[in-house]
Design a protein around this ligand. Sequence first.
Ligand code: ADP
Ligand code: MG
Length: 276
Amino acid sequence: MPDPILPVSIPSVSPVPAAPPILQVSGLHKWFGPLHVLQGIDFSVAAGERVAIIGGSGSGKSTFLRCLNFMEMPTAGRIALDGTPLGRAVGKAAPGKPDEVRYPESELCRVRERVGMVFQQFNLFPHMTVLENAMEGLVTVKRMKKAEARERALRELDKVGLGGKTDVYPGRLSGGQQQRVAIARALAMEPEILLFDEPTSSLDPELVGEVLRVIRQLAEEGRTMLLVTHELGFAYHFATKVIFLADGVFHEVGTPDEVLKHPRQERTRAFLERFT
Ligand code: ADP
Ligand code: MG
């Protein structure tokens, strides 16, 4: 079988020691009307783990990430933070379906503060400068004083190499720069887990590297991250664990070497061959 791994210039990051899970998911289901997108997913992520999620278009990768920080409400299943299950089961949503769970807003806020997200389309506010974008969550969600928020936002913008662009509007930046602002904005909130949903998919090829370099730098710092990506070469070096999502379930889970180089499932092999 041809080697599915694309050449990559980013060296491996070191493996991390085992730690207790921060976030745990059991029996996660998501229906959109009749469409059963997530069909019973069990998953946990521990401090320092880096999980790459791969899978075909429409397989539910974004939905899974969005359920983890409740941007999308799971239809069923439990999510636990530091070992404590969130929400309260209130019986079956429909006959034959699993228990529905209700979540108080206070718990959702707690999760959202701890789980940051970076989107494929950056989702910056066009009418705000780079600095204002990076400060926004600190001021509105964390209710931080402006001076303090500004200082922290500047620190994160510096870190992603955009300390010189603070007064510019997103429309004047390249896609790679915009995505780095989005990463700085997420980092400023000091999340414990960072979710990246195809952060380089809408970038011109020559801009992919600058964003992946920032993500690699975060990996070196030992941050806990989930990354949905089609950059298999990067995933191979970045991840401590790789998940192939298909038919609403985790079809194959393992080390990068196991899943990307020596997949056991025919379905995984067929998916990877599309990248060669
Ligand atoms: P992926 O990120 O793997 O491409 P998504 O999670 O975006 O997949 O979508 C999985 C499936 O769920 C797709 O069929 C998509 O059309 C559907 N879907 C996603 N979001 C919604 C929504 N808000 N309402 C209805 N269907 C949705
Ligand atoms: Mg998606």
